[in-house]
Design a protein. Structure first.
Length: 321
């Protein structure tokens, strides 16, 4: 059976500072590769931070919300979908130099002058190229003020030296059709990107592993009050909620790895900064499919049919000169 070592980066990014965050990301990739990892995973919107402030600044034409939206746009990466250099060039170079695959959560700006953002998850291969880009299908609750709805183009499972990899973002794990779209592509390793890891998220991660008979690598953010720009401190704490501490951790990690039987391989790791590693025997999933393969012998295509539109959506505007 094939073995692969995965590494979860439970380290803070440089909030609202793309250049500094990319330097940190490249260093973390190199460090993880030195442990023998072939797959390095970062949490949801690690570039350039989860915009928690929006939950406290949701009023109509709120001046502070408008200010921070503009800052987030300015510090969010733009990708080149034709394969050329883009804002992720330092991360791509780090993956290439280390010979590892990287899954990164990011606030994605689709164009340099766009006022729109997506909550995206990019998979980068060991050659530095893009293997997949998934945009969160439906932002949750107040998140819809920050992020546009994504599309089905990224509902793909891709082959890497670390195994067949797919991924979803946060509450997409409660969308049964999104889950099944990936189950049907026979994931070996599923990436679950989260901002935080309350019990409901750990339940979702273990349930996904049991249902899909795959490994689930959950990456949770770790953010301290010390990581906040001084002028963002009040707004960010308010957005985190009434129990947010005045100092200390606002997001406390919780990264974990679940096996294809739903049991923990690495239980959630809270309150610790670091790189979390685990060695997975990817062939274990095929042992577990003996009694359950939801997209195979346990499916009933004569009863249920699922159609997935994987078209990449555009602005819908066509110019003819």
């Amino acid at each position: 059976m094939n073995e692969t070592t995965v590494a979860i980066v439970q380290q803070p990014s440089a909030l609202l500072d793309l250049e500094a965050s990319l330097r940190r990301a490249a260093a973390h990739v190199a460090e993880a590769a030195a442990t023998g990892a072939s797959l390095v995973v970062f949490p949801e919107t690690w570039l350039t931070g989860y915009p928690a402030w929006v939950f406290g600044l949701a009023g109509w034409r709120d001046g502070a919300a408008r200010h921070w939206h503009a800052r987030l746009l300015q510090e969010s990466p733009v990708l080149d979908h034709t394969g050329g250099d883009d804002d992720l060039a330092p991360l791509r170079a780090a993956a290439r130099e280390a010979g590892v695959s990287v899954v990164m959560g990011l606030n994605e700006r689709p164009d340099r002058s766009s006022g729109t953002l997506y909550n995206s998850l990019i998979t980068i291969g060991p050659d530095g190229g893009t293997l997949n880009l998934h945009r969160k299908l439906t932002p949750t609750h107040t998140e819809r003020i920050v992020w546009a709805a994504g599309d089905g183009a990224g509902l793909r499972v891709v082959d890497t030296p670390a195994g067949r990899i797919g991924g979803l973002v946060c509450w997409e794990h409660f969308n049964p059709l999104a889950r099944h779209a990936l189950h049907a592509q026979h994931e070996e390793v599923h990436i679950a990107a989260w901002p935080d890891m309350p019990e409901s998220h750990t339940v979702a991660a273990r349930s996904y592993a049991l249902e899909g008979r795959c490994f689930v690598v959950s990456a949770g953010q770790i953010v301290s009050t010390d990581d906040l720009p001084a002028d963002l401190y009040d707004a960010y704490r308010t957005g985190v909620g009434p129990d947010a501490p005045e100092s200390g951790l606002l997001f406390n990690g919780g990264s974990s790895v679940a096996g294809p039987d739903g049991s923990w391989i690495v239980e959630p790791v809270y309150d610790r900064v670091g790189i979390i590693t685990a060695t997975l025997t990817t062939g274990r999933r095929y042992e577990e499919t003996l009694d359950l393969d939801v997209a195979g012998h346990y499916a009933r295509p004569d009863v249920f049919r699922l159609s997935v539109d994987r078209t990449r959506r555009d602005s819908g505007v066509t110019f003819t000169d």
